[in-house]
Design a protein around this ligand. Structure first.
Ligand code: C2E
Ligand code: MG
Ligand code: MG
Ligand code: MG
Length: 278
């Protein structure tokens, strides 16, 4: 079997495991030069206010198209990048690229849009992180309030003092912090109380079930009230149907994001008027 599978590293695995392991090895090898080879780009998903339907801003989402592997999903390569440390340079690239886009949107007449970027806990633990963020904002002439860092848990990394210190520092400087994927195993009430967050993003797995008479419906309505009582803002991700949107607006959810409104899209600085009108 090992010969067919292309080497003795496969000897102790069955076919399925081997395919899995080989793909991981391929991705890891391809990931190292990907930044240098400019294989990443960002896709931007619009976020809207429910109050007046206006554009609040965007969430930047990383995309990787490799010449041989094809499109590799962030859910597949981000964990590998976190494991081998590449998340630090990749995360810095995302920060710069997203800030560059926002600055160029501003130069084309956007006003007070908010750009969200996903930040890995490994980045938060990096002692240079907060300095890099503030420096990059300054370099592109952006106010700190224009940037929203989206964080999720993963293990107990947030309990680390370094991460909490970095976030508190950035919050004090005016940078926004949102708790992503709220309600899933990786984003809990404990985080909400422990971390200096300003906005909570309810995970799409809940939003997908609010049109029926379900526990999710009660839960989401309750979370919105709870979040407002804490003086924070709330966003619903994964809004796919008109009915979900009207429920969320009725319940006072501040912001919405999802395929109903717009998929993540390739963005040029001049596209803004088009997005606004839609
Ligand atoms: P996330 O931050 O929760 O991002 C939202 C994900 O939901 C995105 O998947 C987006 O394409 C997808 N989505 C948006 N609207 C809908 C909808 O209506 N229905 C459904 N079913 N899905 C929707 P994507 O781009 O594949 O990203 C997956 C995850 O990978 C992100 O989840 C985030 O955790 C991570 N990620 C993406 N970009 C970055 C990045 O630049 N840095 C880091 N550290 N993580 C990233
Ligand atoms: Mg995807
Ligand atoms: Mg996110
Ligand atoms: Mg999310």
């Amino acid at each position: 079997q090992s010969k067919e599978m292309g080497g003795n590293r496969a000897r102790f695995y069955n076919t399925e495991d081997t395919r899995h392991l080989n793909r991981r090895i391929d991705i890891e090898a391809a990931l190292r030069p990907a930044l240098y080879l400019r294989q990443f780009h960002l896709s931007y998903q619009p976020v809207y206010r429910t109050a007046d339907g206006g554009l609040r801003g965007f969430e930047a989402l990383i995309r990787w198209v490799h010449p041989e592997l094809g499109t590799v999903e962030p859910s597949e390569f981000i964990p590998i990048a976190e494991h081998n440390g590449l998340i630090i340079p990749i995360g810095e690239w995302v920060l710069r690229e997203a800030c560059r886009m926002l600055a160029s949107l501003n130069a084309n007449g956007a006003d007070s849009l908010i750009m969200g970027i996903n930040v890995s806990p490994h980045q938060l633990k990096d002692p240079t992180f907060s300095r890099t963020v503030l420096h990059t904002l300054k370099e592109y002439g952006l106010p700190p309030e224009a940037l929203e860092l989206e964080i999720t848990e993963h293990s107990s990394l947030y309990a680390s003092d370094a991460a909490i210190t970095a976030l508190s520092w950035l919050r004090a400087a005016g940078v926004r912090v949102a708790l992503d994927d709220f309600g899933t195993g990786s984003s809990s009430l404990a985080n909400l109380l422990q971390l200096p967050v300003q906005c909570l993003k309810i995970d799409k797995s809940f939003i997908g079930k609010i049109d029926a008479d379900s526990a999710e419906r009660i839960l989401v309505e309750g979370i919105i009230q709870l979040v407002h009582k804490l003086g924070l803002e709330v966003l619903a991700e994964g809004v796919e149907f008109e009915e979900q949107y009207s429920r969320l607006r009725e319940w006072g959810c501040d912001y919405v994001q999802g395929y109903l409104l717009s998929k993540p899209m390739e963005l040029g600085a001049l596209d803004l008027s088009v997005i606004r009108r839609s």
